[in-house]
Design a protein around this ligand. Structure first.
Ligand SMILES: [Zn+2]
Length: 262
């Protein structure tokens, strides 16, 4: 059924007539990559799409939801079968071209909602490029960062990184049929130091992305055996609640005219 908040459902006159000053365009962006022996390769896409969709359902008049950009930067996962990797420059160019198209149609507030940790630097650069070339404000967000404190309270394991307790719980909540719980494992076998660890929510001071096959045999980093549907439901509802708040803030933010002071 037609949804007014789905960009792909609108006609061109409907897009023309949108109140673009007062709408936040959400661009979901994630990846196809291995997620352990128990989760599908579309995990990151599924999670960010559902988070964005549930958010849009709550505030349908204030957002426009774009179709997901399903491929991201997953070069460090290419030793596993399954990932589809887009190289850094292509990814920045592709994402920024898509967003620039939106600004050419008059949209002023764009939010890239990211579901895959390693997309971060590339989407930040893309957002900056779009801001240089347009009047729009372009923000980026990995929604898990909205509930850092709550993740620590709800999840029992220390490392929330990849295909672990949090991601598995979220997929269990969204579509249990996609999870093979009998194959869920705990694997925390990367060299941990005071300055470097792996976390989707809290970046270590010493940042680098190791090749995944050096730090995991199963593709899991964390403890997937602790995942439950109940944890997933709590995490999901909290993320959506915060997303609604964040979008209100972004949508009502004053955009001042730029001034040439030469
Ligand atoms: Zn993931």
């Amino acid at each position: 059924m037609k949804k007014r908040f789905l960009y792909s459902h609108l006609t061109w006159p409907e897009i023309r007539d949108l109140d673009k000053e007062n709408i936040v365009v959400i661009q979901p962006f994630a990846a196809i990559e291995d997620h352990g022996p128990h989760l599908p390769v579309e995990t990151d896409n599924l999670l960010i799409n559902e988070i964005c969709r549930a958010t849009a359902e709550k505030i349908p008049d204030h957002v426009i939801l774009m179709p997901i950009i399903p491929y991201g930067y997953v070069e460090h996962h290419m030793d596993f079968p399954g990932p589809i990797s887009i190289s850094a420059h292509n990814l920045i160019g592709y994402l920024s071209d898509a967003l620039i198209s939106l600004t050419r149609h008059g949209f002023k507030r764009i939010l890239v909602a990211n579901g895959h940790g390693s997309n971060r630097p590339f989407m930040d650069v893309a957002a900056r490029i779009v801001m240089e070339k347009s009047e729009a404000i372009v923000a980026t967000l990995t929604p898990y960062s909205l509930i850092k404190k709550e993740i620590k309270e709800i999840c029992e394991s220390q490392f929330i990184s990849h295909a672990e307790e949090m991601e598995t719980s979220l997929v269990l909540y969204l579509d249990k049929s996609l999870v093979d719980e009998s194959k869920a494992v705990k694997e925390i076998d990367f060299p941990i130091s005071k300055f470097h660890w792996r976390s989707l929510v809290e970046a270590p001071p010493l940042g680098f992305m190791d090749r995944w096959s050096r730090i995991s045999k199963t593709g899991v980093v964390g403890d997937a055996t602790l995942a439950t549907r109940e944890k997933g439901e709590k995490l999901f509802q909290l993320i959506v609640e915060r997303m609604v708040e964040l979008i209100h803030d972004f949508r009502t933010r004053e955009i001042r005219p730029k001034v040439d002071l030469h």
